[in-house]
Design a protein around this ligand. Sequence first.
Ligand code: ADP
Length: 604
Amino acid sequence: MTQRHAQRSLALLLPAILILALAMSFVGFKVSEDTSIARLAERGRQRLDLYETSLEREIDKYAFFPATLGLERDVVDLLVNGGEEQASRINNYLAELNKRAGSLSIYLLSSSGHVVATSNWNQPDSFLGEDLSYRPYFRDALAKQTGRFFGIGTTRSQPGYYLSSPILADERLLGVAVVKVSLEQLETSWSTVEAPVLVTDENGVVILASVPSWKFTTLTPLSEERRSELAQSLHYNARPLPPLGLQSQGNVSSEKAEIVQLVRPAAEEPHTFPIYGVFLAQSAPLKGTNWRLTVLSPFGDLRTMAWLNAALAAAGGVILCIASVALYLRRLRQWERLRAREALQRAHDELERKVEERTRTLKEAQEELVHAGKLAVIGQMSAGLAHELNQPLAALHTLSDNTVKFMQRGMLEEAGSNLALISDLVTHMGTLTSQLKSFARKSSGKPRPVNVRRSLENTLFFLNRRLSQRSIRPEINVEPADLSVLADSNRLEQILVNLVANALDATEGVEAPRIGLSARMDGDRVFIEVRDNGPGFGENERERLFEPFFTTKDSGGGLGLGLAISAGIARDFGGSLSAANLTEGGALFVLDLPLATASENVDA
Ligand code: ADP
């Protein structure tokens, strides 16, 4: 990856991480809030059920009162017949009953809605004789229904819950029995509440609340019209009915609940539960009334927890992202390393192939060089060879001429012996040319067992003319006689011809020139030695003998390739060629080659 590439990837990565973190925090917040709200709603429902039953039980305690009054014969008698005495008795009875029941007041209305008897008959605020036909519970009784009504008393302004029951005789309304219960009495059932709870009536006015200051407030602001209506009916006895200040923050449809907020009140009352902040509001209608019970479950640190979880989710997201990027980068690096290794392998293979190709070319070049060296030797020998062939040719010429003459004269015997001589000469020439041919041919180079003695003899044969010109008869000393080396006969002879030719050159001008050839065996090695009594070589020369083109001979005398090629051939067969000065004067060349075992076929 290039640096620019990496920078671009990073520039894309950072916003991606940011988006992911935001998304994760949103999801984290949502999930946390939703589950917490669900838990809160579940608790709220349980509270709602609990408060509802306790409130209903409390109301039911008084519910049967008005109905039972209708069963009292004295009561019915008073309603039907009236009478001072009867009224006074019932008044006392109701006062006693009210005291025992702990209700605010119990009273009887006539069919016209006038109070005919009341528990508070002897109180200053007694409403005996008052016309209460305008009260809703009276109207309910006219419709022959039991009535339930929350209202504020007109005389003492005392809020209360009115329970009424029509008193009937043969479907005819005789009167109405009413019991008024104090709100405080109902509220006693809430002594154990853990969260704010309130009851609103049909007008949305809070009539019961676990927080006293909430009483006579409205959940939703009342219209002016409704407000004046209520003022006229003295329903709340001209109370101002301010709004509670509940602000909706939206519905939780899955829970049938609403999130609401209450602002902090100016004067705080001590409470066991929070009375401002964010709440989950859940409400349910109260059976047998037009009232609704509402429980406000405080959110508490629900939102803080949700934010915390959002932050955790975001951090988790970022860590996850960074971890995956790190993993991706590692993979990328591994992949790149793999690719680099592959490329290296390819380069290596290519190099190997090239080396092989070059080696082959070099080998071919070397072959050519060896061959060229050989041809150079032949070139050097050509004068001798021409002489070698000219002599028998001249003899053949004379002999054939003589044979013709002998035959013309009928001297068949002489002619026959001449022909025999001719045949010998031809055989000799054939041997010479075939030797030359075999020396000149390109050899396979494959190592095969070669008889050392025969190779040495062949060498001398090639150089026969030069040797005999100089009257040198080299000794051949091979021990054991059938010693064989693992080489190629042609190449071995090429080395030997080189060495002996050099010895001939070196002994030029020496008074009694000597050349010695010997071969011995040492373990699995064979050492072939060529020695002469020439001048040997100086120290500088000896070091450079095997360098190509090193020669001390005059121009045209030598190319300086003979020893270099010979040493190369020896190396090819797993051997070596070395040179040393002999102590008694002269040079010694030692050719070291591997021994051929007896099992291998011996090459000529
Ligand atoms: P060239 O014969 O063409 O010079 P060679 O590689 O065969 O090339 O020989 C290199 C040189 O080694 C010769 O020029 C000569 O100086 C030296 N040399 C070779 N053989 C002998 C020897 N037997 N005695 C002394 N010097 C020798």
